[in-house]
Design a protein around this ligand. Structure first.
Ligand code: EPU
Length: 438
């Protein structure tokens, strides 16, 4: 794919687009299919690169995957799961964070697993210490080798009691995917409870797992001997929906996001309203629009669910450059998620980043020299520029900034965006955006 987009901005985005299943759920549900003795069917699957990467990894491990792209249906048949060649797995190194979640299912099925160097967005250190600690606690042997990490399970994995130091999404999923077939009971405290995790629990329960979600972030799992395949329709992508909502706000537009659902977006919708955006929820989706007049500055802190998602932050920051007054955004999930603002400043935004925890409770990054708070002063008109996409969400924000700015911007590295935004160029066209490819 050609990686450069010329974007002629300054016009409101108006029209209708559709979002399908959540990237951060679908990829995990695909991995869960490995645990079943019979085939699974996953619906509402978007055509994004992360799905293709996980599909490739599953196929390397002997899973037969058939896709109907138009309807977004995946058939996953794990009857012939086998050990993949290290060199083949290694070819996927750096392209996604999902391989780490193959560990539990592969240890159950094959007694061993290999994890290459992980990819994903460069938005912080993104360690995997919680994952490895969890796997060790279940009884896995973890060996770091030059090509990656080799894991083995000399005996059946054993249920265990684990307290997470931070409610990590990936670590909670790691635990779920491992505990469901471990021997005995596992109790996790400090669990992440994002809607995507709840939907993964739905899938695992359909497969035969016994999982209870108790109050205060405690999840209990009774291991079972055997799991079957599942049939499931993925929950909608609330990050993509919020990204288009922010695009509507920043450009003064009006976008109907078919497929967007309210319950998973309550916190975003409250914030959207406080900034001055309006929305209408119906049975099919949510209409997001700029009602005219000034947008208002806000104070915002990202957090784990049910807080304001870290992935909603970057697109909204672009809209905040158009709000009147000083907005304060405190990022508490990742230590390094403001790299994308340099490009916005280059386009005329007034944004200053700080190492201090501004405007909210102190977080774990406060004493550690990370620029994790931002003050945005607006409104400032944005002007066209030559910008380089830094990561998935930062990249979409750059796209919104280019669509907001008058004149023609050059946005480089746009192939990063289709990791998580299905057919985003077709959607831009449907919304009346003016752009061309080199
Ligand atoms: N962390 C550790 N050690 C670990 C794991 C995590 O210190 O072993 C820390 C991380 O460094 C981070 C915090 O815990 O500071 C939270 O990370 P988490 O594990 O929750 O994130 P993740 O599972 O790697 C998923 C999404 C991210 C999303 C976060 C938070 C996927 C594939 N990725 O990442 O999505 O931002 O949860 O909701 O599900 C994106 O879609 O663009 C994206 C980055």
């Amino acid at each position: 794919m050609n990686d450069l987009l010329y974007v002629n901005g300054g016009n409101p985005l108006r029209g209708e687009i559709t979002v399908r299943g959540a990237k951060n759920f679908v990829s995990k549900a695909m991995v869960a299919a490995l645990l079943g003795e019979t085939p699974s069917v996953l619906r509402n699957v978007p055509q994004i690169r992360d799905v293709a990467v996980v599909r490739g990894l599953l196929e390397l491990h002997g899973v037969r995957v058939d896709a109907d792209d138009a309807s977004g249906t995946l058939h996953l048949d794990p009857s012939d799961v086998e050990i993949a060649h290290v060199a083949d797995i290694d070819a996927h190194a750096g392209s996604s964070r999902i391989p780490i979640l193959f560990c539990g299912p592969l240890l159950h099925r094959l007694g061993e697993a290999f994890i290459p160097d992980l990819g994903g967005c460069r938005i912080g250190d993104r360690p995997i210490n919680y994952h490895l600690d969890i796997l060790r606690q279940f009884g896995a042997v973890v060996e770091k080798r030059p090509q990656g990490i080799y894991l083995s399970a000399p005996r059946r994995l054993q249920g265990t009691k684990i307290a997470l130091p931070y409610p990590s999404v990936g670590a909670t999923e790691q635990l779920l995917l491992t505990a469901v077939r471990a021997d005995g009971i596992t109790e996790l405290s400090g669990a992440a409870i994002e809607p995507e995790i709840m939907d993964l629990i739905n899938v695992l329960q359909k497969m035969g797992a016994i999982i209870s979600v108790d109050t205060d972030r405690v999840i209990r799992i009774e291991g079972v001997e055997r799991l079957e395949g599942y049939q499931h329709t993925a929950l909608s992508d609330r990050i993509e929906a919020a990204s288009w909502a922010s695009a509507a706000l920043a450009t003064g537009g009006d976008i109907y996001v078919r497929g967007a659902t309210q319950p998973e977006m309550t916190t975003f919708l409250n914030t959207f309203r406080k900034v001055g955006g309006e929305f209408v929820v119906d049975d099919e989706g949510i209409r997001f629009f700029h009602p005219g007049g000034d947008l208002r500055s806000i104070q915002l802190e990202t957090d784990v669910h049910p807080g304001f998602m870290t992935d909603w932050q970057q697109p909204l920051v672009v809209a905040l450059t158009q709000a009147k007054g000083l907005s304060i955004v405190h990022e508490t999930v990742y230590e390094n998620r403001f790299g994308f603002v340099d490009a916005l400043v280059g386009m005329g935004a007034t944004i200053q980043v700080y190492k201090e925890c501004l405007g909210g409770r102190p977080c774990r990054f406060g004493q550690r020299n990370f620029y994790h708070s931002a003050v945005i002063s607006g409104p400032t008109p944005l002007s066209a520029a030559d910008i380089e996409v830094p990561d998935l969400r930062g990249g979409f924000s750059h796209l919104i900034a280019a669509l907001t700015a008058k004149g023609t911007s050059q946005v480089r590295g746009i192939s990063l965006i289709d990791r998580g935004y299905e057919h985003f160029m077709d959607k831009l066209t449907a919304l009346g955006a003016e752009f061309s490819r080199d």
